[in-house]
Ligand binder design. Structure first.
Ligand code: HEM
Length: 421
């Protein structure tokens, strides 16, 4: 199989349940040039190196492939969307990331994520309580989706009534990335969703500026730190970035995690016996079945020589994180799910200056959700394997995950050892 057709197979929806053989094919040439002149990078060492290379830009306005795909609008970002630090380079990236991080994590706000742990457990408990009396559940609809969505909305300060309104347009924005759609339809969907999302977030930012609460959006909207306040446009963009990232990634981590555990009953039993295993297990899931399979639209700012290939200045390339995660040159027996494997330096959260901002939140949510799943659902069995998948090849996860159960154990049975977290 040629490298180009391996890439086509990866994008093909019929391979969504198991793209891994095609990743292995691509890794034979870790830096591959595709017929359209873009590059795909699939080896662990090469991806890790490019993630840390200052000659690599995330600025989507510089990227020829993004422009060809209609992913950049006249305003430079996706049509109707506001620019965010995800697609900026230093120094702007660092400045806006710092302003947002100041209210999200250490050293200034160390308690924001950790302080939500009891609430996360409460939400997960309630969601599982709601499964009582049923013989069949859908892990996506009943747990993996509502938990992270409720958490990110509460953290940001999105009122419960607004969540549904955002959800419709976030779904449409994501549909617009489906490679099965023609570019015109993709662009139309993206523009429409972007406009609506922007308008919803503008209203929300204004409300929080007028009447700040104890939430992340209020904190960013009223920040008077050394960099000065974010512009209204920046706030809208950052609010949307956090909301969308919080909606769409952790969902896949929890659903991929439940699926993997049901396929590895021995590991499911080990988690029941030892809740502390949730920590390395979630790291192994981020390697073995990561929610984000690749990051597209990186641009070489200079000629970059790597793995015997030169990526010419101005070229676009994609970093295939999920292929790097299973590179046998980096990790022994990469096709095996081994929750307590040592030195698991996975690429699930990317790396370098764009390393995932929400990683501590996502980790905690998945640890809680999977521990509850393991401890409370009695005799869970997969209804279909593989399950149906969502369309996206890069935000990859099941659209539904039906599981038959014999019952739901009392919440009191679940004991999470504080010392293990
Ligand atoms: C399991 C869940 C998650 C996964 C697998 C994930 C994965 C990633 C990856 C791979 C990147 C790097 C993108 C790049 O290099 O272009 C990233 C960046 C980012 N993530 Fe996450 N993410 C997750 C959850 C979250 C959550 C819950 C939030 C929000 C609270 C979040 C916010 C962000 C932001 C803001 C960035 C951009 C960081 C920057 O450019 O400096 N993520 N994420």
């Amino acid at each position: 199989m040629s490298q180009a057709s391996a890439w086509e197979q990866i994008l093909d929806y019929s391979n969504r349940a198991n793209p891994y053989p095609f990743y292995a094919e691509l890794r034979k040439t870790p830096v591959t040039r595709l017929p359209d002149g873009t590059y795909v990078v699939s080896g662990y060492a090469e991806i890790a190196s490019l993630l840390h290379d200052p000659r690599v830009s995330s600025d989507i306005t510089l990227n020829p492939a993004a422009a060809a795909a209609g992913a950049t609008g006249d305003d430079g970002e996706g049509p109707g969307m506001s620019p965010t630090f995800l697609s900026m380079d230093p120094p702007d990236h660092d400045k806006f990331r710092r302003i947002a991080m100041r209210h999200f994590g250490p050293p200034t706000t160390p308690g924001r994520v950790a302080g939500m742990e009891p609430r996360m457990t409460e939400i997960a408990t309630e969601l599982i309580d709601n499964m009582a009396g049923r013989t069949r559940i859908d892990v996506v609809d009943d747990l993996a989706y509502p938990l992270p969505v409720t958490v990110i909305c509460e953290l940001l300060g999105v009122p419960p009534g607004d969540e549904q309104r955002f959800r419709i347009w976030i779904d449409m924005a994501l549909q617009s990335t489906d490679p099965g759609l023609d570019p015109e339809t993709q662009q139309k969907k993206r523009a429409e969703a972007g406009k609506e999302l922007r308008s919803l977030m503008e209203d929300l930012v204004e409300d929080h500026r007028q009447a700040p609460g104890n939430d992340l959006l209020s904190a960013m909207a009223t920040d008077d730190g050394p960099e000065g306040r974010m512009s209204a446009e920046q706030l809208v963009g950052t609010g949307l970035l956090l909301l969308i990232a919080g909606h769409e990634t952790t969902v896949n981590l929890i659903a991929n995690g439940a699926l993997t555990l049901l396929r590895h009953p021995h590991e499911l039993q080990r988690l029941r016996n030892d809740p502390g295993l949730a920590i390395p297990m979630v790291e192994e899931l981020l390697r073995y079945e990561p929610p984000v399979h690749f990051v597209p639209f990186r641009t070489a700012l200079d000629d970059i020589e790597i793995a015997g290939t030169t990526i010419p200045a101005g070229s676009s390339f994609t970093l295939l994180l999920a292929a790097g995660n299973r590179d046998p040159a980096h990790v022994p027996n990469p096709e095996l799910f081994i929750p307590d494997r040592p030195n698991n330096q996975h690429l699930g959260f990317g790396g370098g200056i764009h390393l995932c901002f929400g990683a501590p939140l996502a980790r905690l949510e998945a640890q809680i959700a999977l521990t509850e799943f393991a401890n409370r659902l009695e005799n869970p069995r997969l209804v279909t394997d593989p399950p149906p998948y969502r369309p996206s090849p890069f935000l990859r996860g099941p659209s539904h995950l039906q599981v038959d159960i014999d019952g739901v154990a009392e919440a009191a049975k679940t004991v999470r050892s504080k010392g293990d977290i």
